[in-house]
Design a protein around this ligand. Structure first.
Ligand code: 1CP
Length: 350
C-alpha cells in the first residue's frame, strides 16, 4: 500500500497549493488542516512531554520537527509552521506565556492609553528571529513536498487577548474598551497593524510560501462595529502583502461579515461550516478563492460521515480554481489521526 507521502497526480504538493491559491488549474484539490501540527498527534504529545510549548516554538529544529509531523503522516500539501498566533507580541514589551490547557496568559494586560503608548514596534527579525529561522530551516527541509505556511493573529484577535489578559467567551473588557474609548482602541489597532505587517512580511522574506491571518474572535462583532473598528486595519495588512505571497483570512461565526471580510482583499477566505461551500463562495469577491468549510466535529463521527461531508464540499466546489480543502476550524484533540490520513487520500483522489 502506498504511504501518505507518495507522489500523487502530476504536481508537487507545493506547486498544487500555490497554484490553487493563485486561482490556477491543479491536478487534484490541495489539502491542509488548521492546527495539524499539534493537538491530535501522539508524536507531538511525545515531543511536548519532553519540552514546554515555548521551548518548541523558540527552537527552530524542534519547531520544524513538529511542523513536518503532519506532512509525513497525513500527506498534506501545506506545512503550517509550529508557532502560535501570540508570538508577534515578543518584542512589543508585553510579556505573555502559554499555559498548558489554558492558552495565552498576559499578567499585565493593556487597559489604558498609557499602556498602549508603551507598546514597542520592533523589527520582526530582531524580536522574533526564531520564527524566521524556523521558516528558513523549514523551507530547506520541506523541498517541494508541501508549501510552507506562515501565520499571525490578526490585530483584533491579538487586542482581545492583550486587553482581556486571557482567553474568554465574550471578551467583555476588550469590547468595552473598543466601544468606550475608541481613540485608545484605534491607537492600539494602528500599532498592532504595524507589528503584524512587519511580522508577516519578515515571514515571507524568510521563506513562507503563503500566509494566513487568524482573526479567531471576529464573530463577536456586528457589521457596523467591524466596519468601524477592524476592517480598515485588516485591509491595510492585505494591501501591504499584495504581490509578496498569497494571503488567507481566517475567522469563524462570521456569515454576517463575509462580504466585508472579502472586501479586505485576501486571496482566499477561510469559511466555517455555517453555510454550504458554494453559497459562501458566492458571497466572496470576484476571483477570490476559498478554503475550509468541513466541520471538525464531523471527523469524530467516523470515516463514512467524514467522506460524505468531504464529497459534498468537493461537489459544491465543482473543480473550480481557487479551492483549498481544509476544516472550518482547527482539528479537535480527540480526532483519530487515521481519519485525517484517509481524508487527505480521498480528496487527492487516491
Ligand atoms: O496546531 C498547530 O497546527 C500548530 C500551530 C498553531 C496554530 C496555527 C498553534 C500551536 N496555535 C495556533 C493558532 C491559534 N492559537 C489560534 C487560532 C486558531 C483558532 O482559532 O483555533 C488561537 C486562537 C490560538 C491561541 C491559543 N494558543 C490557544 C487557544 C486558547 C483560547 O483562548 O481559546 C491555545 C490553547 C494556545 C496554545 C497552543 N498553541 C499551539 C498549541 C499546540 C497550543 C497548545 C499548547 C500545548 O501543546 O500545550
Amino acid at each position: 500500500m502506498p504511504s501518505a507521502t507518495d507522489t500523487i497526480g502530476t504536481m508537487t504538493g507545493r506547486a498544487r497549493l500555490l497554484a490553487a491559491a493563485r486561482r490556477e488549474a491543479v491536478d487534484v484539490t490541495p489539502v491542509w488542516y488548521m492546527r495539524q501540527a499539534g493537538r491530535c498527534l501522539p508524536e507531538y504529545r511525545e515531543l511536548r512531554a519532553r519540552c514546554p510549548f515555548m521551548e518548541v516554538a523558540r527552537t527552530p529544529e524542534l519547531a520544524v520537527e513538529a511542523t513536518l509531523m503532519p506532512v509525513e503522516r497525513f500527506g498534506v500539501d501545506g506545512a503550517v509552521l509550529f508557532a502560535d498566533i501570540m508570538l508577534p507580541l515578543d518584542g512589543m514589551g508585553v510579556p505573555f506565556r502559554i499555559e498548558p490547557k489554558v492558552g495565552p496568559v498576559i499578567d499585565s494586560p493593556i487597559r489604558t492609553r498609557a499602556d498602549v503608548e508603551r507598546i514597542v514596534i520592533a523589527d520582526a527579525e530582531e524580536a522574533t528571529g526564531y520564527v524566521m529561522d524556523a521558516l528558513r530551516l523549514l523551507r530547506r527541509e520541506l523541498g517541494d513536498r508541501a508549501a510552507s505556511l506562515g501565520f499571525s493573529g490578526a490585530p483584533f484577535t491579538l487586542a482581545c487577548y492583550l486587553i482581556e489578559g486571557h482567553g474568554s467567551r465574550e471578551y467583555p473588557r476588550a469590547k468595552a474598551l473598543m466601544y468606550g474609548d475608541p481613540e485608545t482602541w484605534h491607537l492600539l489597532m494602528e500599532k498592532l497593524t504595524e507589528v503584524v505587517t512587519r511580522y508577516l512580511t519578515a515571514q515571507i522574506a524568510a521563506g513562507a510560501d503563503a500566509i494566513q491571518l487568524f482573526d479567531s474572535w471576529l464573530g463577536l462583532l456586528g457589521t457596523e462595529a467591524y466596519a468601524e473598528f477592524v476592517q480598515p486595519y485588516t485591509a491595510r495588512i492585505f494591501a501591504s502583502l499584495r504581490g509578496l505571497a498569497p494571503t488567507i483570512h481566517f475567522s469563524t461565526g462570521t456569515v454576517h461579515l463575509l462580504d466585508q471580510i472579502a472586501a479586505t482583499g485576501p486571496d482566499l477566505v477561510s469559511v466555517d461550516w455555517r453555510l454550504p461551500l458554494d453559497e459562501a463562495w458566492s458571497r466572496l469577491a470576484e476571483g477570490q478563492g476559498i478554503q475550509g468549510n468541513l466541520d471538525p466535529t464531523l471527523l469524530m463521527g467516523g470515516w463514512d460521515v467524514t467522506r460524505r461531508a468531504a464529497d459534498d464540499i468537493l461537489r459544491r466546489a465543482g473543480g473550480r480554481a481557487g479551492h483549498l480543502f481544509n476544516l472550518g476550524h482547527g482539528i479537535l484533540p480527540e480526532t483519530d489521526p487515521d481519519v485525517l490520513t484517509e481524508l487527505t487520500r480521498h480528496v487527492h483522489g487516491e
